[in-house]
Design a protein around this ligand. Structure first.
Ligand code: ADP
Ligand code: MG
Length: 274
C-alpha cells in the first residue's frame, strides 16, 4: 500500500529549509513516526529541481549511514513530499547548540559514520556537495546519517559538459578528461572530504574554524581565506585527530584523502577502542 498525505498526521515542525518545511508526522494506521519534507509545488523552479534531484538520489540509496526514504508523493495541490525515517536527536548543529562541544572520542564516532556514508555515496557516484552540521542527522542511538541531497550531483561516466569543460581544453589535466581512469585526483568527491574536515573542527571548537567565535561571515573575506590562506588546523587535540584533520583539509584536492582511505586512519579507530 502506498502512503498518501491523508494517512499522515502532522505533529510538529522539525525544521525550515530553503525550499520547504520538514514535519514530524505520525502514520494514522500504524502509529509509526516519520519525518516529512514538504516542498511547495508552486514555488521557485530551482527549488523544484532540487527536490526532484533529492528524490532521485534517495531512490537510489540504501545505506545505514544515509537517511532512509520511505516514500514520496505529490499532493493534489502540487506540493511534493518526501517521507523519511525520523531522526529524534535532530542535527549535529542542534546537538552542538544543546549539549556543547564534542569530545574527540565522540567525533571519532561521528567521523567514522559520515565517512561510511560518504564512501557509500562516492562509490555510487554521488557527490553530496553540502556536508555541514545541519545536514547530518542524529538519533538517540548516536547514529549519524547524511541528509539533504538538494544540491547533490550524480556524476556521469563521461564528463558533464556544463560542469567540467570550463577553461581551455589544452591545459586540462588527465583526470578532467577521464575521471574513471584518473579520477583518483580530480573529482567532485574530494570536496565532500574538505567539508567533513571543517564540520569536525566546528563541532570540536564550537564555532566555524575560519571565523572567530560569534563573528558573522563576510563572504569575500572568507573566500579569500579559503582560497589564499593556509587551511585551518586544530589549535589543540591529540596527534591522531590533528593528523586526520590535516588529511581532510589538504588544499590540493589530489592530496586530500578519500573516504575509504580516511576510514583506515588511526583517528577513526579511537571510536572502537575503550
Ligand atoms: P533543507 O534543504 O531545506 O535544508 P533539510 O533536509 O536539511 O532541508 O531539512 C531541514 C531541517 O529539518 C534539518 O536541518 C533538520 O533540522 C530537520 N530534518 C530534516 N530531515 C529530518 C529527519 N529525517 N529527522 C529529523 N529532522 C529532520
Ligand atoms: Mg539542510
Amino acid at each position: 500500500t502506498t502512503t498518501t498525505a491523508a494517512d499522515l498526521e502532522k505533529l510538529q515542525v522539525l525544521g525550515h529549509g530553503n525550499g520547504g518545511t520538514v514535519y514530524k508526522v505520525r502514520h494514522k494506521h500504524t502509529s509509526a513516526i516519520y519525518a516529512l519534507k514538504v516542498v511547495h509545488g508552486d514555488g521557485d523552479p530551482t527549488i523544484r529541481r532540487q527536490v526532484f534531484r533529492e528524490m532521485e538520489i534517495l531512490r537510489r540509496t540504501d545505506s545505514p549511514f544515509v537517511v532512509q526514504c520511505h516514500g514520496m508523493f505529490e499532493k493534489p495541490c502540487g506540493d511534493i513530499a518526501i517521507l523519511m525515517e525520523y531522526m529524534d536527536s535532530g542535527t549535529l548543529d542542534s546537538v552542538l547548540k544543546g549539549r556543547g562541544k564534542f569530545s574527540e572520542r565522540s567525533l571519532a564516532g561521528v567521523a567514522k559514520q559520515v565517512l561510511n556514508g560518504l564512501n557509500y555515496l562516492h562509490s555510487h557516484k554521488i557527490v553530496h556537495r553540502d556536508i555541514k552540521p545541519s545536514n547530518l542527522l542524529v538519533n538517540n542511538k548516536m547514529e549519524v546519517k547524511i541528509a539533504d541531497f538538494g544540491v547533490s550531483k550524480i556524476m556521469c561516466r563521461t564528463l558533464d559538459p556544463c560542469n567540467s569543460y570550463v577553461g581551455t581544453c589544452a591545459y586540462m589535466s588527465p583526470e578532467r578528461f577521464d575521471p574513471d581512469t584518473y579520477g583518483a585526483n580530480y573529482n567532485g568527491y574530494a570536496a565532500d572530504i574538505w567539508s567533513l574536515g571543517l564540520t569536525l573542527m566546528e563541532l570540536y571548537m564550537g564555532h566555524f574554524p575560519f571565523l572567530p567565535p560569534g563573528q558573522r561571515p563576510d563572504w569575500a573575506t572568507l573566500m579569500c581565506a579559503i582560497c589564499f590562506g593556509e587551511p585551518p588546523s586544530l589549535p589543540e587535540g591529540s596527534e591522531k585527530f590533528r593528523s586526520f584533520i590535516e588529511c581532510c583539509l589538504q588544499k590540493d584536492s589530489g592530496k586530500r584523502w578519500s573516504a575509504s582511505q580516511l576510514l583506515t586512519h588511526p583517528f577513526v579507530s579511537i571510536s572502537n577502542s575503550n
